[in-house]
Ligand binder design. Sequence first.
Ligand SMILES: Nc1nc2c(ncn2[C@@H]2O[C@H](COP(=O)(O)OP(=O)(O)OP(=O)(O)O)[C@@H](O)[C@H]2O)c(=O)[nH]1
Ligand SMILES: [Mg+2]
Length: 326
Amino acid sequence: MSATNTANLLEKLNRLGVATLVSEFEDQRPSARERRAQVLEELLAAAQRRRGVFIGITGTPGAGKSTLLGELARRLLAGDPELRVAVLAVDPSSHISGGALLGDRTRVRVDSSEQRFYFRSQASQTQLGGLSPATFDVCRLLQHLYDCIFVETVGVGQSEVDIRFLADRVCLVMTPLGGDEVQFLKAGVMEIPDTVVLNKSDAKQAARKAYHALKASLQLARPFDSENVQIFRTSCTSGEGLDELAQHVAQQLAALGAGSDLQEAAQRTRDREAYFYRCWVEREWGRRGARFLEDGLGGAARFLEESKGYDQAQTAFGERFVAALR
Ligand SMILES: Nc1nc2c(ncn2[C@@H]2O[C@H](COP(=O)(O)OP(=O)(O)OP(=O)(O)O)[C@@H](O)[C@H]2O)c(=O)[nH]1
Ligand SMILES: [Mg+2]
C-alpha cells in the first residue's frame, strides 16, 4: 500500500481496511516487519492519526467483561462524536484445538454500522492467557487509529501481569456471586487495578455484601493507595452504574489522551515497547537471547533506541545475536 493509500485509509477508516492492516500486524513472520515499519512511519506522518489510550479489562471468566465493554463503548461514542473506540479481546488458546477457547463467547454488542468502532478477537497462544507478541503488534497499530483501545483478557494468571505493562489503566471486573474478592486477594491480583467493577450488581443483597468485603480486601492489599482505587457497582441488565463508569473512563481518556503531556505519553510507549520487546526476544531466542539482550546490547530500551524502531530492532537482533555466537 502506498503512502497515499494509507492516508486515504485514515480518512475513511473503514473497518475492512483496518482489518486488513490488523492482519498484517498479526503476521509474525520476519517478512512482515518491513511492511509494518512502513505503515507505522506513514501513520506517524499522517495528520489525522490518533494518540490512543489503552484500558485493560480483566477479571474472572463470565464476569460480564464483554457485555460491559459494549455498554461502555456505546456510551463513550454517543458522548463524543469524534471519538474512535477499539476492543481487542484476548482469549486463552485451547491447548487441544489450538484455537481460541472462549472465542465464541466474546461478543461486544455495538451497532454494526458504527464506523468509529472496531472489534477484534485474538487467541493468546499461551495457556496462562498472557498477551502474545501479536497482541502487542496489533496494539502498536491501533494506538494510531483509535482514541481508546480496550484490551479484554481473562484473568487466569500471566494475563494480569502483561496487561499491567500494556495498558495505561487497568479495570478489574468481578461479580458479587462467586466470592471472587477472596480469590483475587489470594492471588495478589488486587495490586493491579486502577478501577474495580462489581458487575452483575442486580443481585442486590450479594452486591452490597461483596462491595464491603471488596473494600476491606483492597485496604488490606493496598494499605497506602486503596483510596485511589474506585469501586463501581454496575449491572448490564438494569443499567445501574453504567453512566458513572463511562464517565470515569472518559475522564481517564481526557487525562491520558490527545491533550495530555506528550513526553509522558512517549515515555509510556517506550516502556511498553521495552517490556514486550524483551518478551519477544525471550520467546524467539530463548534465555540465551534474553541474556545477550541485557549483557551484550545494554537492555531492551537502549537497543530499541539504537535500532530506531521496534520492527527494525527485531531484524537487527537476529544479526547481532548470530554474529555474537560465532
Ligand atoms: N445478571 C447479569 N448478567 C450479566 C451482566 N453482565 C453480563 N451478564 C451475562 O453474563 C454472561 C457472560 O457475559 P460476558 O460479557 O460474555 O462475560 P465475559 O466476562 O466477557 O466472559 P468471558 O470473556 O467468557 O470471560 C452473559 O450471559 C451476559 O449476558 C449483569 O450485569 N447482570
Ligand atoms: Mg468476554
